[in-house]
Design a protein around this ligand. Structure first.
Ligand code: MSP
Length: 648
């Protein structure tokens, strides 16, 4: 049976970061693994280019929307090409064929009675492009996904009868416990469905940058909801709605997604497929999120890890290895250069690289680089058995996407090899005249490296091909069948010298995550002085509680934000404090937050300060913020609160 593996299609309003690279690496690894096993496998990735947010980003860039999306989409495609990601198709949702497929699906659902026209009035989160029922809003007002304020939007809309599929979806989850992987993520989906599904609004009239309605409906006011459009990519890429040329690959084996978009893939997508009478994918594999040095990555913090930068510094295959080894699939992971360097030095350089160097060195010295497996079984049955056991465990780990366990198990092979060299000390055997034994140990290690490099190939394709070349064989399905499945040993060959594959790394090769204030960072002496002064002031200046309450502090929501021209530090904000009019607050936070990132976020405002003029603009409040040598962050309520809520 053929396999079909997909990544999410990436939004084009930002550049690729390591989170995107991670999904792409796992999918690419899985595809290479299946191909190694001889499976006919199709691999899809691409970009998601429609919707209000992208329309807005294009406007800001001053380019036409299509020009903008084409350029941004190319940055993803070029990156994956640089990384030699082995995708078969890179889909863009602005591709004509894709649009035709989405329209076709809409017509099919409509003809079936699963789509009807209605009128929507609901709480809409612009940022998530999603309507939420009242019951799901946090504190009756805020988006349950991103915490931003929702607004009431009323528009004519077509609806998909999601509610009709509730029971069938629940039955599917029950009968297919591996539909959502890891299984631990299934409950959140099941509970959501059990909580009751409302019909889904699947068109919009509030913006134009989307797939048009099918002509047969004669209703060009509407464009498709971006998630209907986006999810359909998994079948339009195979020719759905056009020529069905590749529909033999359907249903998908695995859609890899991040945990934040699991709901769309595990609820909406199967319901759409049921409506279209198409089979459901076998697995939705949901992975966790990556942080950097323990902190959430964000553009405003300037700490987003660029996969290109890491690959330029350390090599893309080392990055693949690190990411797939570091986190259990499904859990969140942290990127830190320290952890990265430690893994390269100890696991790649010490365990693997040294092993190869040792047998090249020994065979050069003792046998003129000739390696013969003839006596391996005679002297090393114990090692061969342990190795074969570890090899036979690998498939289960990969099928469950547990790449960290897969690699851990694979590394047992290098441990066997290193231990065999220590225990059997070929240099002693040579001195004792036991050449056969010495050669057998070297050949055992060569075989270990050969089998391990076949199984490591899906994760580190180029590096393992170099190892295989040194060991005089090619990594492909035939060698997998012979050396791994068939447990055969390498034929007589001459080993080739290779340059060190994993030179040790002593110092970080990339700049650390930017510290926000390099210029005005106080030195140690200044810090001490400031601390003493502060302590003194605090002793002298104790206040009564009443004095504290003279300060009026309230929760507000930033409604508008813009940069103050010619100012390095200032942003001008309009803040909703639940009063009749918005308050203008001019805040010195531009170095730490972009104007855009503040919109619809909550802030804590000192509301009874005398208004002050900053660069000619009136400021009617002050934001609470905390600043240390690592930068500044706004102080916000832990959970969204109603605007105007007093703080104290
Ligand atoms: N366009 C939608 C997907 C549509 S699929 C039919 C989308 N795009 S995205 O570009 O915002 O996100 C793509 C993927 O990146 C998602 O799976 C998301 O979970 C993942 N990540 C975004 N930030 C991430 C991290 N910090 N860490 C790991 N993955 C993260 O959603």
């Amino acid at each position: 049976m053929s396999k079909y593996i997909t990544t999410p299609i990436y939004y084009v309003n930002g550049e690729a970061h390591i989170g995107h690279a991670y999904t792409t690496f796992i999918a690419d690894t899985m595809v290479r693994y299946e191909k190694l096993k001889g499976e006919d496998t199709y691999f899809l990735t691409g970009t998601d280019e429609h919707g209000e947010k992208i329309e807005e980003s294009a406007k800001k860039s001053g380019k036409s929307t299509q020009e903008f999306t084409d350029e941004m989409s190319a940055t993803f495609k070029n990156l994956w090409d640089d990384f030699e990601i082995c995708y078969d198709k890179f889909i863009k949702t602005t591709d004509e064929d894709h649009k035709i497929g989405v329209q076709k699906a809409f017509e099919v659902m409509y003809a079936k009675g699963d789509i009807y026209k209605g009128f929507y009035e609901g709480n809409y989160c612009i940022s998530c492009e999603t309507f939420f029922p009242e019951t799901q809003l946090t504190d009756g007002e805020f988006c349950p996904d991103c915490g931003r304020t929702t607004s009431i939007v009323k528009e004519e809309s077509y609806f998909f009868k999601l509610s009709k599929y509730e029971d069938r979806l629940l039955k599917h989850y029950e009968e297919n416990p591996d539909f959502i992987l890891p299984r631990s993520r299934a409950n959140e989906v099941i509970n959501f469905v059990k909580g009751g599904l409302r019909d889904l609004s699947v068109t919009r009239t509030s913006f134009a940058w989307g797939v048009k309605m099918p002509e047969s409906l004669n209703d060009d006011k509407h464009v498709m909801y971006v998630w209907l459009d986006a999810l359909m990519n998994y079948v339009t890429a195979l020719g759905y709605g056009k020529d069905d040329a590749l529909m033999n690959y359907w249903p998908a084996t695995t859609h890899f997604v991040g945990k934040d978009i699991l709901r769309f893939h595990a609820i909406y997508w199967p319901a759409f497929l049921m409506s279209l009478d198409l089979a459901l994918p076998a697995h939705i594999g949901a992975h966790g999120w990556w942080t950097r040095d323990g902190e959430k990555m964000s553009k405003s913090k300037g700490n987003v890890v660029s996969p290109k930068e890491v690959a330029d510094a350390y090599g893309v295959e080392n990055l693949r290895y690190f990411m797939l080894r570091e986190v259990p699939f499904g859990q969140d992971g942290d990127f830190s250069q320290r952890a990265f360097i430690d893994r390269i030095n100890s696991e790649l350089s010490n365990d693997l690289g040294n092993l190869l160097n040792r047998i090249i060195g020994m065979s050069g010295k003792y046998s003129d680089f000739e390696i013969d497996s003839v006596d391996v079984e005679k002297y090393h049955t114990k090692e061969l058995d342990t190795m074969n056991e570890a090899l036979s465990n690998l498939d289960g780990f990969m099928q469950n996407m547990q790449t960290h366990r897969y690699l851990e198990e694979l590394w047992k092979l290098f441990a066997i090899g290193n231990k065999a060299i220590e225990e059997h000390a070929p240099w002693v055997k040579i001195k004792e005249g036991k050449k056969d034994e010495a050669f057998a140990t070297v050949a055992l290690v060569a075989n270990i490296l050969a089998k391990a490099s076949i199984m490591l190939n899906p994760i580190m394709p180029k590096t393992t091909n170099i190892i295989a070349d040194a060991l005089n064989f090619t990594i492909d399905n035939a060698s997998y069948e012979e050396l791994v499945v068939g447990k055969k040993l390498l034929k007589l060959f001459n080993i080739k010298k290779v340059p060190p594959l994993f030179p040790r790394i002593e110092e970080p090769l990339m700049e650390e995550a930017p510290k926000a204030m390099p210029d005005d960072k106080p030195n140690d002496e200044m810090k001490e002085e400031l601390a003493t002064k502060k302590e003194k002031r605090e002793e002298d200046n104790l206040i009564e509680i009443g004095q504290f309450f003279e300060t009026s502090l309230k929760v507000g929501v930033v409604v508008e934000a813009e940069e103050v021209p010619k100012s390095k530090k200032l942003l001008k904000l309009q803040v909703d404090l639940g009063e009749d009019t918005l308050r203008q607050v001019v805040a010195g936070i531009k170095e730490f937050y972009s104007a855009e990132s503040l919109i619809n976020t909550q802030v804590c405002v000192v509301t009874n300060l005398k208004p002050a003029k900053l660069m000619g603009m009136m400021s009617e409040g002050m934001l609470l913020a905390a600043k240390d040598e690592d930068g500044l962050c706004l102080v916000r309520p832990e959970k969204p609160k109603k605007v105007g809520t007093p703080i104290g």
